[in-house]
Design a protein around this ligand. Sequence first.
Ligand SMILES: [Zn+2]
Ligand SMILES: [Zn+2]
Length: 356
Amino acid sequence: MKGYVFHGPGHASWQEVPDPGVKDPADAIVRVDAVTICGTDLHILKGDVPGVRPGTVLGHEAVGEIVEIGSNVHSVRPGDRVLVSCITACGRCRFCRQGTYGQCQGGGGWTLGHLIDGTQAEYVRVPFADLSVHALPGTLDGKDAVLLADIFPTAYEVGVLNGHVRPGDTVAVVGAGPIGLAAIATARLFAPERIVAVDLAATRLEAARHLGADAVADAREAPEQLVADLTDGLGADVVVEAVGVPESFEMCTRMVRPGGHVANVGVHGRPATLHLEELWARNVTITTGIVDTSSTPTLLRMAAAGRLPTSDLVTHTFPLDDMEEAYDVFGRAADTGALKVVLGGEQHEVVAVRAA
Ligand SMILES: [Zn+2]
Ligand SMILES: [Zn+2]
């Protein structure tokens, strides 16, 4: 089969790789029908995620069809359409038992396209399949569902829920890429007073408005001042960091009100400065986290009911074979206007038939 293989910082290719097979009785093999590229994949290519060894197939977001299961898989069968979650879960360790699957100590967590071969391939082996894939509601298109593999649960859990967004809040979202936009869409579920989006790109700020931001600010033009002006000088109740560079994290800590929350979602490859000389007496809560995907069943029901603007985030679609071109378009988002690129999806006729 073909897969997108990481060869070290700056190098990867769509190439022939061995077909995956069941290695453990809890495994499932999924034929990939729709897959996306994540900002995290670009961080891997930049060398920000040293745990990824050369030779690894990248990708941790997919929708597909179960083609084979191990003897200890009970929740899905061959022929089922499933969402492959970015997080796998052993279900037995102390973290899995409290639903914090992202911290799984039993061999799960974020492993796909990180520590083991991932989803940017024709087939993928998913460990702990019972807890790591979700059967798709029949009405949900693969292209919509694939956004629930990572970006929607990540934005919702690590941004909105960790940030404790509440009715009447001022929420600032720094970074209006796919994660920031999904944070805007899911923050709205809590009826905040206003959402302020900050980014460098005019196209992304426009998308932020479309998804429900009430005000937008260019990151180069003192967005802290705009937030202060809107809040009688106090600052935002909740600030979501969805970029992953020191400057944006430090901006978030200047934008939050006393007693507010800064929820970091961004993947950081460089150290950021924590300005305790300014923050120590401000009662600010700063959270970090990787997604648990404990919200995925809820988000799937909402998406099937048309309550999440998933397809609004998809700007480009490609056949699966065009992985290298898709990476090029996604990696040059400032020029191409790319938000989420989806490969496969409704172009695959089996998905269309099964969705009908
Ligand atoms: Zn991702
Ligand atoms: Zn576990």
